[in-house]
Write a protein that binds this ligand. Structure first.
Ligand SMILES: Nc1ncnc2c1ncn2[C@@H]1O[C@H](COP(=O)(O)OP(=O)(O)OP(=O)(O)O)[C@@H](O)[C@H]1O
Ligand SMILES: [Mg+2]
Length: 433
């Protein structure tokens, strides 16, 4: 039976298996590759695009995930179709408020929505590996987004398990994502190390302090090789939120006023809070909200900005907004300034973002990540000097302010990085073996 490793990420997912070579060699890891508009990719966007279809006289939801979801979403206008694109579903797993949602009048649970992504990924893997797949080692963050205690984490993991089962998996074992990244890092190592793993994704930042290397591999891993885990539900999506808040929302009416009978009131702020979070954005398009926005526009002192907001929600431009934010954020990882562009109908945002300003915007998030790292070192009673190497992985590890946290504590020469989008899935595959 083929057991695979699956990293269901907030932004990107990957699936891998181990391929046995000659006895003397360590096993190779093979990742699932899927075609996309930009060429074959091993990181499968964790997004879901839904359209309503009529089958056998009944309304049903057709879905596309990953790169196919993006293509179907982008071609919707040309096909005269409309649909819903949902991102960052993993961030809902702790929420007891949002258990299900209505899409085109059909009620679906969050688990079912996630299962659609996992099932597609499983089927892609079955095709590539030419074997049935019902067994997996799945990753989980140390602390799920929104988790306040271990009960919340257990609740979220239970829901993730349900999603895997709905997707056709029969046997699922969970491993902490940073521990999986450590398994991957260890496979590249010829000597023993005490390593600090930092995995910065879309939803969470996760850390493990762990002994790795040939000795551990030879004698088998013991529980006390792991000195500690820590995590915080703050990562790339939280950075994106600050870009939306500072660069985009003001153009869509945030902070402006409306005339209500005899007094001036601020326009409702909660709409902009939802706009900032990818997992909430696609849920804004509800009848009540659209009616409310139409009323706000009628009373607004700057109605053109509210019109732009209505256009964004009504035309399902969340993905376009996400792409613009990703582009600017990624450029700011490499350059000290980047342009932000978003133009569509009533929306026109063309702004220059400075890295220094971005670092101010995400100051609280960086401080929370620092506190998490420091508390892990303190709770495990390991001084920074005892850590041999730091391995940074995950897409948000490209953010210079994130790297600086480790440069300040460990010095640049003790920092390694790599396989940003696949280290966790590769480590999970090694564990599955
Ligand atoms: N060059 C870059 N600079 C800054 N951020 C980046 C860069 N490239 C990718 N990212 C960010 O990395 C995040 C995705 O990383 P990754 O795929 O590791 O997350 P994930 O595994 O899906 O999420 P999680 O582990 O939290 O569930 C996104 O927020 C993305 O914007
Ligand atoms: Mg991840």
């Amino acid at each position: 039976m083929l057991a695979v490793g699956i990293d269901f990420g907030t932004t990107n997912s990957s699936l891998a298996r181990c391929v046995e070579g000659p006895k003397s060699q360590s096993p190779a890891v093979e990742l699932v590759r899927v075609p996309s508009l930009t060429g074959p990719t091993e990181s499968y966007r964790s997004l879901l695009y839904l359209e309503q279809v009529r089958q056998q006289g009944k309304n049903r939801l057709a879905s596309w995930t990953g790169p196919a979801g993006i293509e179907q979403y982008l071609s919707r206008e040309a096909r005269g179709a409309s649909g819903r694109l949902i991102q960052s579903l993993k961030s809902f797993l702790t929420s007891r408020m949002l258990l299900s949602t209505e899409v085109f009048g059909i009620r679906v649970t969050i688990e079912e929505l996630i299962a659609r992504i996992l099932r597609d990924l499983r089927e892609k893997a079955e095709q590539q590996f030419d074997a049935p797949i019902t067994s997996a080692v799945a990753g989980r963050p140390v602390r799920f987004v929104g988790a306040e205690n271990e009960e919340d984490n257990a609740y979220a993991q239970g829901r993730l398990r349900t999603a895997f089962e709905l997707a056709g998996f029969k046997s699922i074992e969970f491993e902490m994502e940073p521990v999986a990244a450590a398994h991957y890092y260890e496979s590249t190592l010829q000597h023993d190390e005490l390593i600090l793993i930092g995995d910065f994704g879309g939803g969470t930042s996760d850390f493990s302090l762990i002994r790795v290397g040939p000795t551990v591999r030879r004698r088998g891993r013991k529980a006390n090789d792991l000195l500690g885990n820590a995590g915080v539900g703050i990562a790339g999506d939280a950075f994106d939120a600050k870009i939306v808040r500072h660069l985009v929302s003001p153009h869509l009416g945030a902070g402006t006023k409306m005339q209500s009978v005899d007094k001036l009131l601020p326009v409702p702020g909660w709409v902009y809070s939802k706009l900032e979070r990818w997992h909430h954005l696609s849920f804004l398009k509800a009848k009540d909200t659209m009616n409310m926005l139409a009323n706000v526009k009628a009373q607004a002192l700057e109605p053109a900005k509210i019109e732009a907001l209505i256009h964004l929600v009504n035309e399902d431009l969340g993905y376009r907004l996400h792409q613009s934010v990703q582009k600017t954020k990624s450029e700011l990882s490499a350059e000290t300034a980047a342009r932000f562009l978003l133009a569509d109908g009533a929306i026109e945002v063309d702004a220059l973002a400075q890295r220094a300003a971005f670092e101010c915007w995400i100051g609280d998030e960086i401080a929370a990540i620092e506190t998490c790292v420091d508390s892990l070192l303190r709770d495990s009673a390991v001084p920074a000097a005892k850590v041999n190497m730091v391995f940074l992985t995950g897409g948000s590890s490209f953010v210079p302010a994130v790297r600086r946290i480790f440069e300040q504590r460990f010095g640049g020469e003790r920092i390694r990085a790599g396989s940003e989008f696949t280290s966790v899935a590769q480590g999970l595959a090694l564990k599955a073996r």
